[in-house]
Design a protein. Structure first.
Length: 339
């Protein structure tokens, strides 16, 4: 190869690299512009104060494009599609109760993202933070505000498949004592201690006594509803085919997603409600697959997310199997109703 040819090859390579760099800059600029530009026809959003003890309000993660994308916003619970008040706190998953919030965040690094759980006070100020070992998935706070829990994927990326692993943590907000994984708890199955290397937990929901919680346990291809005891550090299996439980305000029922035979592998769930006293399961009137941990708006209504144009929209449906689903608001996920 002559000197002239080598020079031409080098110049050609530099031009290609310059073109790639320019395209990357333009693509990043377009994404940034989309992120910072308010969503056309989207909800009205203004900056302001958001507090976690505001009766009659609902707080959730805003998914609408614009400067407040991913921030926590507050709306009247009676007007969820109305104007949103945004706080400068970004979360991937969120929940709150009794003035305590848990916010699962991404920390963007030069090579890859890391994740953390931030405990928030009533004014959304950080009280504590904890490392999260994977992509955040679920978050809950006990009715008293004294405990918080979160689940993260540490392998795979979907509950619909089988190739995934989770880590579920519980923290005592008052003392800071952290259980980094529920796999450290003793499992009682069929009256006996159960041990298996493939146990996974997710979807904690707390009772009002600051002792009892419920969650999903998966092992050997089967999912179980388990009742946990924070004092004895045990979980006891109750029944099969229960995922992402959510305890009703009166502690008598659990909303959950259930795999239904015959549905597509990537959309296998229907939303059900279990009566803990009678054991009766009632399917709610939502025909679509719900991959979410439902929230009880009140004693008779469930709220949950379904895919939407900007990530997710929030819907509600009666918990007794009657009625029809109703979309509450667009571009929203991870709701918490404040008492």
């Amino acid at each position: 190869m002559t000197f002239r040819v080598r020079v031409l090859v080098l110049l050609s390579a530099l031009l290609v690299l310059a073109g790639v760099a320019t395209a990357s800059v333009l693509h990043a600029s377009a994404r940034a512009e989309r992120r910072d530009r308010p969503q056309a026809g989207g909800p009205r959003i203004v900056s302001g104060g958001v507090a976690l003890k505001s009766p009659g309000r609902m707080v959730f993660r805003n998914m609408a494009w614009g400067p407040h994308r991913d921030e926590l916003v507050s709306v009247p619970a009676t007007d969820p599609a109305g104007p949103r008040t945004a706080a400068p706190v970004k979360c991937l998953r969120f929940y709150a109760a009794s003035g305590t919030g848990v916010c699962l965040q991404a920390v963007h690094g030069p090579v890859s993202d890391t994740y953390r759980a931030v405990i928030l006070d009533v004014s959304l100020h950080e009280r504590a933070r904890y490392d999260v070992p994977g992509i955040p998935s679920r978050a809950r706070v006990a009715p008293s505000g004294h405990y918080a829990a979160w689940t993260a994927f540490v392998g795979g990326d979907s509950y619909a498949g089988t190739n995934f692993s989770t880590r579920t943590a519980i923290v005592n907000v008052r003392t800071g004592e952290l259980t980094s994984t529920l796999e450290s708890y003793r499992v009682v199955k069929d009256g006996r201690t159960y041990r298996a290397a493939d146990t996974n937990f997710w979807g904690v929901t707390f009772a009002a006594d600051d002792r009892t919680f419920y969650a999903t346990l998966a092992t050997h291809g089967t999912t179980y509803l388990v009742r946990g005891d924070l004092r004895t550090r045990t979980v006891t299996t109750l029944r099969t085919d229960v995922e992402c439980p959510s305890l009703s305000p009166d502690g008598t029922r659990i909303a959950f997603k259930k795999r239904v035979p015959g549905l597509p592998k990537d959309a296998p769930w229907r939303l059900y409600v279990l009566n803990l006293r009678t054991g009766r399961e009632t399917p709610v009137a939502e025909p679509r697959s719900v991959d979410d941990q439902a929230v009880w708006r009140d004693a008779g209504t469930l709220v949950y997310a379904l895919p939407g144009d900007y990530g997710a929209d929030l819907y509600e449906v009666p918990a007794d199997g009657t009625g029809t689903p109703h979309r509450l608001t667009t571009a929203a996920v991870s709701p918490a109703y404040l008492g």
